[in-house]
Design a protein around this ligand. Structure first.
Ligand code: SF4
Length: 257
């Protein structure tokens, strides 16, 4: 292991379970996505996992892991509300990349959610719906993991502008690696097209960012990839990413007129 990386590890504190995240970020600032992925596997072994929702960045990360021969287990939070096109892509990726992608499911089925909470909870309390269908299942899944890889990019939205390549996720007490933090959307798509990788058919229909069916619309602001997510609400994140270590966005009320 590189000596400057070893030093960053030994100078960490108990709050971040031993790694000096700030120092690691200055080391990885100019390093490539591959460098970070390789370091992640060398450091965390089979306790690091890769999360994907089958967005364009996620496809790049899964492909890099395969190309690098890193046996990092991938998973997807299946809210039971994903588009048919997303499931089609999931099948294609598994076949084409020769990998299996683990399903992480909420405890409550949609019928259970209707009985214990409300029918179409996403329409009245999107934060609670995201907590049940995304945040809690992820927290449970990560309980015995040390790190996870995401496709977060700074260029995706204003709220993601200051993400770091390595973050301490205090909610799940894991490290979060964002290897594409400094990639633009153009770079992601150049990569996908140059390797002729499969991608979600909805991207060709005006959806740059794709989540659950009820909360995903075509983007209404071309400068904001995520403007079609919760388009009629002030909510911008589902809650699995706590950006800048600020409390989770609790605004699920409608945008002011
Ligand atoms: S994105 Fe919408 S449907 Fe999906 S879990 Fe969140 S509120 Fe529920």
């Amino acid at each position: 292991m590189d000596s400057e990386i070893s030093a960053a590890i030994s100078s960490g504190n108990s709050k971040t379970a031993g790694l000096n995240v700030q120092e690691l970020n200055s080391i990885f600032h100019d390093k490539s996505a591959d460098d970070l992925l390789k370091w992640g596997f060398e450091t965390f072994g089979n306790t690091i996992v890769a999360g994907t929702g089958f967005g364009s960045s996620g496809i790049v990360i899964l492909h890099r892991l395969v190309e690098l021969g890193l046996p990092v287990k991938a998973f997807c939070l299946d809210t039971n509300l994903l588009f048919h096109e997303t499931h089609q892509l999931w099948n294609n990726i598994e076949k084409e990349f020769g990998i299996g992608i683990e399903v992480v499911s909420p405890i409550l089925t949609l019928d259970g959610q209707k009985i214990h909470h409300k029918d179409k909870l996403w329409a009245t309390d999107a934060d609670q719906c995201c907590t049940i269908r995304k945040v809690l299942p992820l927290k449970k899944y990560l309980a015995n993991k040390k790190a996870w890889i995401t496709g977060l990019r700074r260029s995706q939205s204003t709220t993601r502008r200051s993400i770091e390549k390595i973050e301490w996720d205090a909610e799940s007490k894991t490290y979060k690696l964002n290897p594409l933090a400094d990639w633009s959307a153009e770079k992601v798509w150049q990569y996908i097209h140059s390797y002729k990788l499969p991608y979600n058919a909805l991207h060709n229909e005006g959806y740059p960012s794709i989540g659950c069916i009820p909360c995903t619309h075509p983007a209404n602001d071309p400068s904001n990839e995520r403007s079609g997510r919760w388009a009629n609400l002030e909510k911008t994140e589902c809650g699995i990413h706590i950006l800048n270590q600020l409390p989770r966005n609790k605004n699920s009320h409608p945008k002011p007129e």
